[in-house]
Design a protein around this ligand. Structure first.
Ligand code: OXD
Ligand code: MN
Length: 594
């Protein structure tokens, strides 16, 4: 482990609550050194140099990837661990069947036993951070204590971190306490525990992104969703993107897709060649905090300041913005290497891997060169499509919410919910084939309401009620849609080209929000006719669009029966209004012939 740069003492006396907590944690974990992070570029550089000297980071080719480094995680620690992630509420029902639960007292005892003495010989880093623009009333702060310098570097890119955050914590008088240690990386001693009633998190035994960068999934989704319910807003697993038309009008969309379904790609999409004068502006690629505004619209901020994106598949054709963005000052985790020390991953069209993500000579019999869940961490400001409003304290007004999933069959390319309540049902019914972002089986369809299955910090029944309540506060609520970029034909070929061409679907979405887009009404909602989508210059197989826009009543009857069964798991916590909406949806699909 690297030794830390010089101790910054001034921060240690800035906030008594934080200092007292740090002291008590140090007493438990027994570190060699306590280091308060100030978030300065000099600090980042010093820590990075130390990790390079300690061979924990490898510098990449300084000509082609200046400022870039490679981290190789322990091979048993490459993804989120949902089966080891808990929400510890006093009442089990409050965590709901959607979360693993342990009694908070027992959870604390179990975690504190793991933390006891775990930082001997290590440095304890104190990482004050702010989720959201530093001057936004919607932002919320936290402090992560960690013994991983890799985590510190990532937190510096992903959050507003250091001195300014600590100043804001002192003004707020409140912060989320996140305690993290990589421990000995033994998967048997790995747990991620959340205590929403106490606004605290304890994470032990993993150094990987979502388990260890506590500002991200643990705070900005699990704890924040709880905070949001008590305070009247929504914390969601959504990208935020602005689409500007040639007349200069911008519509902001918030899109919820399960992990590794292309949120980062959609957030920085490059429109097709025929879309002259259209621009895309990224506000966020993973998380949105949504607040009802005084004007009756819904406003969104991105609580993060960086991207922790999936690397494989990124190339100049699929996502030129991301491809350019990660060519400098980027932390790569678990990618392969070329002979001249450039990062390499599957989907890259140039270069040849000689070393795989575990540092072994590359041999295809061992699997891919880059792990399927290998990641880049990069500051959002490096994104060529970074929105000027990404730092706006009041956020951006949302015209549409778009849910989506990875479905080979059933879900059409796009459809629009009839109203907010129907949209909540569409969101609650989201299902998707699982990906490598978590350590479970891949490719299995599972229910993932609002793409929040791994991230909602409380009972989904209460969560849907809260969604309905937030909608009731909005005079001009966003329109709600569902998309599926992943539909396949009988031969298993994707029917829709995806990536930049998704712009055509977003255009229809925006036209619908403006009241100009045409649609047909079906049993599941409003769908475009093939002539209602802009297909100019699109090369698509004959008949593909008809298949993409088909609604099979038989399959949807089964789907709604599945949703009904799923909702019933939440018993009395499911809002009556949602049950009634489901009954209506079922009745519509039963009486539908087409
Ligand atoms: C992520 C995820 O890392 O959803 O964003 O797993
Ligand atoms: Mn995510």
């Amino acid at each position: 482990m690297a030794t830390a740069p010089q101790l910054v003492t001034s921060l240690a006396t800035m906030n008594r609550d934080v200092s007292a907590w740090v002291e008590s944690v140090a007493k438990l974990t027994l570190p060699n050194l306590v280091y308060w992070c100030d978030g300065s570029p000099a600090e980042f550089q010093a820590l990075q140099r130390e990790l390079i000297a300690a061979k924990e980071l490898l510098p990449l080719n300084p000509q082609s990837f200046p400022g870039c480094v490679l981290s190789r995680s322990n091979p048993s620690d490459v993804a989120r661990v949902e089966h080891l992630t808990y929400v510890c509420t006093r009442n089990k029902e409050d965590a709901g069947p959607n979360n693993h639960w342990i009694d908070p007292a027992q959870a604390h005892a179990q975690m504190d036993a793991l933390f006891a003495g775990c930082m001997k010989g290590r440095t304890l880093y104190v990482v004050p951070y702010c989720m959201g623009p530093i001057d936004s009333p919607f932002s919320r702060c936290g402090v992560e204590i960690t013994d991983s310098a890799y985590v510190v570097l990532n937190m510096q890119l992903m959050t507003r971190m250091g001195r300014t955050a600590l100043e804001r914590i002192t003004l707020d008088g409140k912060f989320v306490r996140g305690l993290h240690s990589t421990g000995d990386l033994d998967p048997k001693r790995r747990f991620i525990m959340h205590f929403p009633e106490e606004l605290s998190i304890k994470s032990f035994g993993s150094g990987y992104g979502g388990n260890a960068l506590l500002g991200k999934k643990c705070h900005a989704l699990r704890i924040a969703s709880w905070q949001a319910r008590t305070e009247g807003w929504l914390a969601e697993h959504m990208l935020i993107v602005g689409i500007e038309n040639p007349e200069g009008e911008i519509h902001y969309l918030a899109c919820a897709f399960p992990s590794a379904c292309g949120k980062t790609n959609l957030a920085m999409l490059i429109p097709p060649a025929s879309y002259q004068g259209w621009k895309v502006w990224t506000v966020g690629d993973d998380i949105a905090w949504l607040h009802p505004g005084k004007d009756g619209r819904l406003y969104a901020i991105n609580p993060e300041s960086g991207y922790f994106g999936v690397v494989p598949g990124t190339n100049a054709k699929t996502n030129r913005n991301a491809y350019n963005m990660i060519r400098h000052d980027t932390i790569f985790t678990n990618v392969g290497l070329t002979a001249d020390n450039q990062p390499w991953w599957e989907g890259l069209t140039e270069g040849t891997p000689v070393t795989d993500w575990q540092g072994r000579p590359y041999d295809p019999v061992n699997g891919p060169a880059a792990h399927a869940n290998s990641r880049f961490t990069v500051a959002a400001t490096q994104n060529p499509s970074y929105s000027k409003l990404a730092d706006a304290p009041g956020g951006v007004p949302i015209s549409a919410i778009i849910f989506g999933g990875r479905r080979r069959t059933l879900a059409p390319l796009v459809y629009q919910a009839r109203n907010w309540l129907h949209g909540v049902l569409v969101g609650a019914g989201v299902a998707s084939e699982t990906t490598a972002a978590a350590t479970d089986a891949i490719g299995v369809v599972r229910r993932d309401p609002m793409a929040m299955k791994p991230f909602a910090g409380y009972n989904f029944g209460d969560y849907w009620s809260h969604w309905i309540d937030v909608g009731a506060k909005l005079k001009s609520p966003p329109q709600i849609f569902h998309v599926n970029w992943f539909r396949q034909n009988a031969a298993g070929k994707f029917l829709w080209p995806g990536f930049g061409e998704n712009m055509r679907v977003l255009r229809w979405v925006i036209d619908r929000c403006k009241g100009t887009g045409k649609a047909r009404e079906t049993a599941i909602g409003h769908l475009p006719n093939s002539t209602d989508l802009d297909l100019q210059g699109l090369d698509i197989a004959p008949g593909a669009l008809d298949e993409l826009l088909a609604v099979s009543p038989k399959l949807w009857r089964d789907e709604f029966a599945g949703i009904e069964k799923y909702l019933s798991e939440f018993g009395g916590r499911v809002p009556q209004a949602l049950k009634a909406e489901l009954e209506n949806a079922l009745a519509r699909v039963h009486s539908s012939q087409a």
